[in-house]
Design a protein around this ligand. Sequence first.
Ligand code: C2E
Ligand code: MG
Ligand code: MG
Length: 729
Amino acid sequence: MASVKEVYRAMSLIVILDDRATNRTIFAQLAASLEPGLDVRTFGAPDEALAFLADRNPALVITDYKMPVMDGAEFTRRLRAIPNGADVPVIVITAYEDRSFRLRALEAGATDFLLYPVDHQEFLVRARNLLTLGRQQQIIKRRTELLERELEESERTRQVEIRSSRERLAQVIDTMPAMISAVDTEGRLEFINAYQAAFLGLDARECIGQDATCMFGSQHRERMVSLDRMVIESGRALPSYEEEIVDRKGNTHVFLTTKSPLFDKDHRVVGVLTTALDITERKQAESRLRYLAHHDPLTDLPNRVLLGKRMERKLARRRYGDHQFALHFLDLDRFKGVNDVLGHHSGDQLLQAVAKRLRETVRETDLVARLGGDEFAILQSPISTAEEAAALAQKVLDALSEPFVFHGHQIELSACIGITLYPSDGQDVEELLRNADLAMYRAKDEGSGTYQFFVDDMNRRAFETARLESDLRSSFANKHFRLHYQPQLCLRSGKIAGAEALLRWNRPGIGEVPPSEFLPLAEEIGLIASLSSWVLQEVCTTAARWQSLGLRTIRCAVNLSPITFRRQDVYAMVVSALEHSGLDPAWLELELTESILLENNDDVKATLRALQALGVGLALDDFGTGYSSLSYVKNFPVDRIKIDQSFIRDLKTDPSNTTIVRAIINLSHGLNLGVVAEGVETMEQCTQLAADGCDLIQGYYVSPPLPAEDFGRLLELDTTEPLAGIVRA
Ligand code: C2E
Ligand code: MG
Ligand code: MG
């Protein structure tokens, strides 16, 4: 910026205009005396002065008013019109009587006046003041201009910086190996990154403003809408969940997806941001690791861990009347000797050969595991009698007694087997394994190549059973049974769509006993018949009462044991309960287990068809704990699958469950069956299930089973708003 000195130097020109030469000389002398270095120019004619000033920058102009061709006012007006004349101070010299002239001069833009005849002192004072004022104005003007320029410049750089940082951010978002998109509350796509567009084979620009569901196929679309709705309604991010998405080449990838709300400045939800990380490779690595953790590297057989898991799954949801299972504990005789003589390498090869033979001897539904060393186990399932277990044990011993041919040697091998039966010989994995081990040692005592069943303390058991039996009978007579109802929540509407009735026994002197502890005996002693028809009657009456109270109409499910199905006329029982209560059959559902269908019994089939024709719903309970094959379901009139809670429980920790659950849901939908997930306890499980397209959830996350009155109150709450449970976290 120009310094003050420079401005002073640049503004040293004083122009004097007067038609009288004497005046010009006097004024010029006076002006020149103002300060050294001034350039004073005089003119007699205004035209000449204007021509001179056209490309100069004067510091002060002094003009006479009265001149022959052009007066001082007109001169000033013209001066103001040229570029450098706009701001220059102009002094007009007028006579006393010239008031009207003064006014004209003012209007034309004069800065000050001097009276004629001019007082020299006054001339000097006014001229100096105006000279300084003009220069100061110049300085201020220049500073202002400079400031403006600087401001403009910095604004321009700021804009450039913003643009480039936005571009950089967009670049980062675009190149990140994750799908990132945002929708508004109406579900219109507001943003989609390049990675996602490329993955799905879309043109990002064309998609913007469209309904976001245009990105995916119809199944994925529905889930996306319901998950986005959960975010918009709750104003909270969903826990991340896994989903499978097919790319434009048709390959399936697994993504870990997160959805979170976008807010405006008033903290209102204006959209949903979705980020999805491709974890396909991680999943593959995980499944490899899982395989290694569950298998014996030498024989490739399942190991103790996997055997335990399989047994647990069977134990978890087992009902009496379903098929039992047997656990065989097998130990090779004198294997150590073989190892010592032939060496470890051959020992290993022999174990592999044994594994192969065992696998060839059992059925497809049985599981052979290596527990370690020369110990193996066989989970034989299902069985109906102990004789079947004995037959398999003998078959295995026979298979092993065939000599193994090895590098030209013949090796004779034998084994001993201990057998436990579920449920009679133990209630959990540990107990069953321990007792099978004990039985195996008894077999060793008998001699090589033998098997033994586990033998329990029979008296104690008989006594306890007798007491339980008498308590059960008197409780039924005294009405010590109650029903609790557990809601089933529709993931699409967020409302309660159904309830499962669960039996509760208040055992005198002991308190509430879970159904798993008394139902087996109730079935054995035949009490199940009266119990089942009481449950049916009670449920239908309660459901009809809720409807008559104007509560939302929901479907009520009743569990039926396989024994009831085999031994009783379920159709007649159902018709009677419906008639007595006046309940429309559409609101009743029966829960059956896989084993009923597996029997492939024509009578059962006929009963199921008749029930369905009546309008009663049929659900397949505890799905996944048995044969987990939907192929047989096709031949039965089933409406709904209930995925067993053991799969839901480990949804996050056991990734194979995520895959199984997703497959069950997809297959069920393919067969036009609804899906209920049981045992849903957390928001994470709920989100994952919604992402996988599950229809209904049941579990503590929504509510525990409730007495009828409490359930009625829950229904009242549910009539207007979507149940808070779904967005409860
Ligand atoms: P189910 O039909 O699979 O019933 C679901 C079981 O899961 C119930 O156990 C319920 O209380 C429990 N449950 C529900 N949500 C959760 C959860 O979030 N986490 C966990 N850990 N558990 C949850 P409950 O009431 O002990 O019943 C056990 C079984 O007894 C039932 O399994 C059903 O097979 C049988 N049962 C119950 N009532 C009847 C009945 O009236 N008749 C017959 N035949 N069987 C019944
Ligand atoms: Mg059930
Ligand atoms: Mg169940």
